[in-house]
Write a protein that binds this ligand. Structure first.
Ligand code: HAM
Length: 419
């Protein structure tokens, strides 16, 4: 035993978990404001869900095993096949377009490196049943809203948008057969860091035409243009860039695809997605257009750390109850009553000495110490603002069932100590 988790797996100590929750809060808020409903699927799926739908790259990274019922099962490496399966099974129940989001934890056996883990959380937003470019624009608008809620702006990140349909036509025009396309997309997806030699080796006679196409300023498609206009109308023109180098590694994309990258190009993609119009049909016959994206927490957290934007929730108790031993029952009544009234309240369960309890209140970062000392027997308590050390006296009344009311209430305490 090393005290460490498995390679590529992460422990989230409370301070790290706090940052993660801040990211989740922004994702949820952006989804909520944009009208996406939350859903969840199982962590474990049948292996063939992925071998048939995701494409070689992800399949090579799957954690899979045979379960006790002799089924080949897999820890989910992505959510899209699950979403497609779920929607295909019940789509008649839902008014189109279906707009759903989820924040699953996913598992991929990758080589762990900065921003790449063997598990990660991924915000997924998907829209099913909308074939117009409004779907991609809405998805990009939602992901940009999520990023901006975290404090990022268009000078920090860019949404690079491309079109697999355009690439399809291009490859067809250069004699690439249907069954070879997936292989070429995989090569194109990894070209970013390749040298000229590697280009020639990997793409052969296609290297020249591809290079030319990427260099052409007007290489465009009408689909891309419509998405660009939609994103601009939503107010996010500055975040948007056409970049045909984005092709996406996954097999199921059929049209416009996009990735979010940091402007400086230091990190891997923060998010990726696109249109996948043929996937739903594979699950149940109904031909439903779909598009969506996934945004991982790991690269995003690296980027936020670099920009000094790590979200910090205030975890500190508002009130820390400090009591003499004789007032211990009263202290617990205060804790219970105040919590029921919506306050964040903590105390020293070991009931250390008075000074130790106060020390703990400071260490926990509480705003107020509520002190039950000797005068508590006369119905009096002291409130102390720990940062300013100012204090004042308040009264309390015990009601039925151990309920305690404070006079004046918590909202009035700043006045009590000011006087
Ligand atoms: P993906 O590009 O494989 O797409 O993943 C989306 C994002 O998840 C990546 O841009 C990255 O931020 C994060 N990510 C992926 N793998 C890892 C990893 N090993 N460690 C840390 N972060 C990672 C999909 O998964 C698609 N299913 C997205 C989608 C939803 N397309 C349509 N709907």
């Amino acid at each position: 035993m090393t005290g460490q988790p498995l390679p590529g797996f992460r422990d989230f100590y409370p301070e790290e978990h706090r940052a993660l929750r801040g990211i989740f809060a922004a994702w949820r808020e952006a989804s909520r404001r944009s009208g996406f409903a939350e859903y969840e699927g199982p962590e474990l799926e049948s292996l063939d869900l992925y071998t048939e739908k995701s494409g070689d790259e992800i399949v090579g990274q799957i954690y899979h095993f045979r379960d006790k019922g002799d089924r080949e099962v897999a820890l989910r490496p992505e959510l899209t096949p699950t979403l497609a399966r779920m929607v295909a099974a019940r789509h008649r129940h839902y008014r189109k377009p279906i707009k759903w989001f989820s924040i699953p934890r996913l598992f991929r056996y990758e080589r762990p490196q900065r921003g790449r883990q063997r598990e990660h959380f991924q915000w997924n937003c998907d829209m099913v049943g909308e074939k117009s470019a409004a779907a991609e624009a809405e998805l990009i608008g939602t992901l940009v809203l999520g990023l901006s809620l975290l404090g990022l702006g268009p000078s920090d990140v860019v949404v690079k948008v491309s079109d697999r349909g355009w690439w399809d036509r291009f490859l067809e025009g250069h004699g690439v057969k249907e069954n070879q396309k997936a292989e070429v997309f995989k090569v194109l997806d990894k070209l970013e860091d390749a040298t000229e030699d590697e280009w020639n080796k990997k793409l052969g006679s296609l290297a020249g035409p591809v290079r030319q196409a990427l260099g052409a300023k007007d290489a465009h498609s009408s689909g891309l243009e419509e998405v660009r206009q939609g994103v601009a109308a939503l107010g996010y023109a500055e975040w948007f860039e056409v970049d045909l180098r984005v092709v996406r590694g996954l097999a199921y994309y059929t049209g416009v695809v996009f990735e979010v990258h940091d402007r400086a190009g230091k990190f891997r993609a923060v998010a990726g997605g696109g249109r996948y119009d043929a996937l739903l049909k594979k699950f149940g016959g109904e031909d439903l257009p779909a598009a969506g994206f996934g945004m991982g927490d790991a690269v995003l957290a690296e980027l936020l750390a670099e920009k000094k934007l790590v979200p910090a929730e205030v975890p500190a108790p508002g009130i820390f109850v400090v009591a003499e031993l004789a007032q211990r029952p009263l202290a617990l009544q205060l804790v219970g009553s105040l919590r029921r009234a919506g306050q964040v309240v903590d105390y020293d369960p070991g009931h250390g000495k008075w000074a130790k309890q106060l020390e703990l209140a400071e260490a926990k970062g509480a705003r107020w110490a509520l002190l039950a000392g000797r005068e508590a027997a006369q119905g009096k308590l002291t409130v102390k603002e720990l940062a300013t050390r100012k204090q004042g006296e308040i009264g309390y009344e015990a009601g039925p069932g151990g309920a305690i009311s404070l006079v004046p209430g918590v909202g009035e305490w700043p006045k009590v100590i000011a006087s």
